[in-house]
Ligand binder design. Structure first.
Ligand code: DHB
Ligand code: FE
Length: 315
């Protein structure tokens, strides 16, 4: 059976993509952002997922403002890179997994979440930037990607609670797929940012850190966040964080936070990132990385592994 091994969340600031595409990642401004994702790329190399399910939002690229689906699932075999005004980003085309996507559609829609099915869809920075942050810049993305575009552009977006419950339905869907696939679920967007209006440039690190803490330990609390609270605390575009709750809903109740990174700002945004692993029942090893061989007694090994695993990088 397929299983979800981990959830990953990260901001998707378009200027991060521009820094990569224009070979500027070594500049002091960008260096601190990209350094924060070095461990993440290492984690991903070890995790080697068979499929990634990426929850992101379309920024009027695939859908314009004429039609805005609340939840749009990519069921196509390929997703071309959108032209966001300066030509498509020079990144590999995104290959889908139509069989798993169709299975998810079947399961999630019968669970009463009315997804829009997209057999043709372009993907923008909301999806490609987190892929770069987690995989670097390979010639081909190393695994198939299933996109889920969520409306956070025009009000009303789905509620925090709705998103968390959709994550649960997604978990049920993936775990009932008969093939042995290891799946990583991404939640993207956020953290605090506001791009226009009187409060443009707003960043609220205190709120962001509390959100990250709760995401790991007490996600139920986050499901009570209204759009108004999210926007008041994290800015108008901070509402993108509802997408992180789809990722969290798809994970087990108890997870291991294996990495966190937070830096302010990149462009207008507080860049936040977290990796949460599901605990594999009955397994001694981390889902992603084989444990190192050691003669230390089990209790000491457990503690050493825990210390090794948690790297909190904050600035
Ligand atoms: C920025 C951040 C976003 O998440 C986005 O979609 C567009 C712009 C920014 O910080 O510039
Ligand atoms: Fe965005």
């Amino acid at each position: 059976m397929a299983r979800i091994i981990a959830g990953v969340s990260s901001s998707h600031v378009p200027a991060i993509g521009a820094a990569i595409d224009n070979h500027r990642t070594g500049e002091p401004y960008w260096q601190r952002v990209f350094e924060g994702f070095e461990r993440s790329k290492e984690w991903m190399r070890n995790a080697k997922p068979d499929v990634c399910f990426v929850v992101y939002n379309d920024h009027a690229s695939a859908f314009s403002v004429e039609m805005i689906p609340t939840f749009a699932l990519g069921t196509a075999a390929e997703f071309p890179i959108a032209d966001e005004g300066w030509g498509p980003r020079p990144v590999p085309v995104v290959k889908g997994h139509p069989r798993l996507a169709s299975h998810i559609a079947q399961s999630v829609i019968l669970d009463e979440f009315d997804l829009t099915l997209c057999n043709k869809m372009e993907v923008d920075h909301g999806l490609t930037v987190p892929l770069n942050l987690m995989f670097g810049s390979p010639k081909e993305w190393p695994c198939p990607i299933i996109p889920l575009a969520v409306n956070v552009v025009q009000f009303p977006p789905p509620t925090s609670n709705r998103c968390f419950n959709l994550g649960k339905a997604l978990k049920k869907a993936i775990e009932s797929y008969p093939e042995d696939l290891r799946v990583v679920v991404f939640g993207t967007g956020g953290m605090s940012h506001q791009i226009s209006g009187q409060r443009a440039g707003l960043i609220n690190s205190k709120f962001d850190h509390a959100f990250l803490d709760n995401l790991t330990k007490n996600p139920k609390k986050l499901t009570r966040l209204s759009h108004l609270e999210l926007m008041r605390e994290a800015g108008a575009e901070g509402v993108e964080m509802v997408m992180w709750l789809i990722m969290r809903g798809a994970l087990d109740e108890k997870v291991d936070e294996v990495y966190r990174f937070y830096t302010v700002p990149a462009s207008n945004t507080a860049v936040g990132h977290i990796i949460l692993e599901n605990r594999i029942k009955g397994a001694k090893k981390s889902a992603a990385k084989p444990a190192a061989k050691s003669k230390k007694p089990a209790s000491k090994m457990k503690r050493a592994a825990a210390l090794q695993k948690i790297h909190r990088v904050r600035s």
